[in-house]
Design a protein around this ligand. Sequence first.
Ligand SMILES: Cc1cc2nc3c(=O)[nH]c(=O)nc-3n(C[C@H](O)[C@H](O)[C@H](O)COP(=O)(O)OP(=O)(O)OC[C@H]3O[C@@H](n4cnc5c(N)ncnc54)[C@H](O)[C@@H]3O)c2cc1C
Length: 384
Amino acid sequence: MNQPEQIVIAGAGPVGAVCALALKLGGLDPLVLEARPENAPVNDRRTLALSYGSRLLLERLGIWARIRDATPITHIHISHRGGLGRAFLSAQEEKLPALGYVLSYGELTQALMDMLRQAGVRMRFGVQVKQAEAQDDAAVLVLEGDSPETLHARLAVIADGGRGRDAPPAKWSRDYEQVAVVAEVKSELPHRNLAYERFTPNGPIALLPRGDGYALVWVNAPDEAARIAQLGDAEFLADLHRQFGNRQGRFRAVHARGQYPLKLDYRGTEAGPHVVRIGNASQTLHPVAGQGFNLGLRDAWELAESCLESAPEMIGSATQLARYAAGRRRDALPGIGFTDFLVRTFSTPNPVAHHLRGLSLMALQMLPPARHFVARRMLFGKNG
Ligand SMILES: Cc1cc2nc3c(=O)[nH]c(=O)nc-3n(C[C@H](O)[C@H](O)[C@H](O)COP(=O)(O)OP(=O)(O)OC[C@H]3O[C@@H](n4cnc5c(N)ncnc54)[C@H](O)[C@@H]3O)c2cc1C
């Protein structure tokens, strides 16, 4: 057997890349394996709403200064179609410059790739990790690429977005039977850094300020999403206006349309030795509360911290990973539960749910401590 690697990270999406950078800057030498070919453009139309807490993490790693194109969210307007009740969150009330920032997945990932290269992180592209299995002293990784091979590592960090073929069964799983239609749209009125979350019986519509327009996440049942996908631009915009209402005037232009099926898969991370799962490989969430990447970023940060604080021979040990896993459960499970509750209670045509929605929004608007609690949890997770 060749000398085992200390840490191998499978997947250089934003979560795996942040983890690799934090480890390298802290003095460790991880190896990153990414399925995408080197220099292939990151073809992903997702837009990410990053919380203010995530900005602080990216700042500490020097990544934030590299991101040119982040639009601040200073206010969030939450409402539901066809009923009373609305809530308004503001950065000023939280005494912060912004509640969050909107940026493109592709640009963030590209900026991270550039930083990893500059920091001298060892990376191999066009390599798929087919299997990662804990054995006595190390994880054994089976790689698929130009020539199949096996690697050993004291710690295998699975950050493959949950796409690995040998992923363990989810501990908590739900198919929402919903599809997110994403696009960039322009509205008649300027966005003034105001984000909208509008619940409709078909599913939530999120409009996130980005550049001089909005990033749209429009959730629908699969057949309705398929119908929307067939629409020409003018019909698409008219349909969106009917569903969303007139708060931003008419919608003027649309481009970069895409679709994502939505589900919940919570695997968490094994508390055994040598293999750990982070980001979407640990939890894939509905985007309604914009929590997925923010949680994944905290996974990456806390795992790197835990490795940097451990003695070299303890990296990948059951003791280290059990402590890490317990901390992450405390952060992830309330966020996942809240997201799941929002999807099931706020996105259904059920008349009882309709009244509950209105009452919840009124309560949130009338009770500043409740508003503050929700805002802090969304911005900073368990440390809210
Ligand atoms: C429509 C939509 C909107 C969203 N909006 C938000 C939002 O506003 N805010 C938010 O916080 N989150 C949001 N999310 C969630 C967010 O996109 C994810 O949580 C985040 O991208 C997860 O990052 P990741 O690095 O874990 O996984 P990924 O982004 O999926 O990256 C995984 C990487 O691993 C590579 N890979 C895959 N398999 C292998 C393998 N076998 N071997 C090696 N490499 C492999 C892939 O090529 C990729 O580079 C949204 C999601 C969707 C679908």
